[in-house]
Design a protein around this ligand. Structure first.
Ligand code: SF4
Ligand code: SF4
Length: 253
């Protein structure tokens, strides 16, 4: 299925004219599975122990494309049959869907979509019903069940509340009973910076930018590079894209 650039400026899910349409493009061919992005995400967002907004999955046996993703517990599983096995990595966090099931089911409007395509959770409005967790087909939301425990050192990373249009979309010490997930580092992108995972990746496997700008790197990767959405058949229309995995030829010894 051709999944390229379903978010054109003329589309119903695009940003208002002149406004950015933020997307992230991940290249699994570059990813070396180092988890730097995941650790950077934990640090900047002061994620409690046991929380991972961003995980690096492996494609596992017989899973060779971004549109055929692994099970969510598929970590450190090579693909292929011994001795012709290789590791292929697939970083997965919130896909910031334009047609987001989590937004549709939230009974109190706590989960919402901004005009730039970013999906956020209003911590003050969330009632912890977890409908969004059941609705999300990517399994990327986390519920804060009890008193959170942090690594020694207390609050790290972005150490203050952040509001978008008056709504509390980040707070360093998250309250119990609230669902959380990747925010595209909203406090950073709103001042023109990259999400911290993109800045931290040592091999440039993560790119963030404006899909409405035809000159941007993300536009090139989506429109000319054929970057794909994860599970496009679900109709969620994510704002995270993946460069198609190129299989390396097997050299017969
Ligand atoms: Fe892959 Fe880059 Fe994340 Fe490392 S930091 S796991 S290379 S995407
Ligand atoms: Fe919502 Fe899940 Fe899509 Fe993120 S990936 S926008 S949590 S449905």
């Amino acid at each position: 299925m051709d999944t390229r650039n379903t978010n054109t400026p003329s589309g119903s899910t695009s940003a208002p004219q002149g406004a950015p349409h933020h997307v992230m493009v991940i290249d699994p061919n570059r990813c070396v599975g180092c988890w730097t992005c995941a650790v950077a995400c934990k640090e900047i967002n002061n994620e409690p122990l046991g929380f991972w907004w961003n995980r690096i999955l492996t494609t596992g046996p017989n899973q060779s494309t971004a549109s055929a993703p692994p099970a969510s517990d598929n970590i450190d599983v090579p693909r292929g049959v011994y001795p012709d096995v290789e590791m292929a990595y697939l970083p997965v966090a919130c896909q910031h869907c334009n047609d987001a099931p989590c937004v549709k089911v939230c009974p109190v409007g706590a989960t919402f979509r901004r005009d730039d395509g970013t999906i956020l959770v209003d911590y003050e409005r969330c009632i912890g019903c977890r409908y969004c967790m059941a609705a999300c087909p990517y399994g990327v939301r986390i519920f804060n069940w009890g008193d959170t425990e942090y690594a020694p050192g207390g609050v790290v990373g972005y150490g203050q509340d952040y509001r978008s249009d008056g709504r509390l979309v980040f707070t360093p010490e998250r309250p119990v009973g609230v669902v959380e997930k990747c925010t595209f580092c909203v406090e950073r992108i709103d001042v023109g910076e990259q999400p911290f995972c993109c800045e931290a990746c040592p091999v440039g496997a993560r790119v963030f930018g404006d899909l409405n700008d035809p000159e941007s790197e993300v536009s090139q990767l989506v429109n000319a590079g054929g970057a794909e959405q994860l599970h496009p058949e679900l109709g969620t229309d994510p704002n995270v894209y993946y460069v198609p995995i190129r299989k390396r030829p097997v050299v017969q010894g």
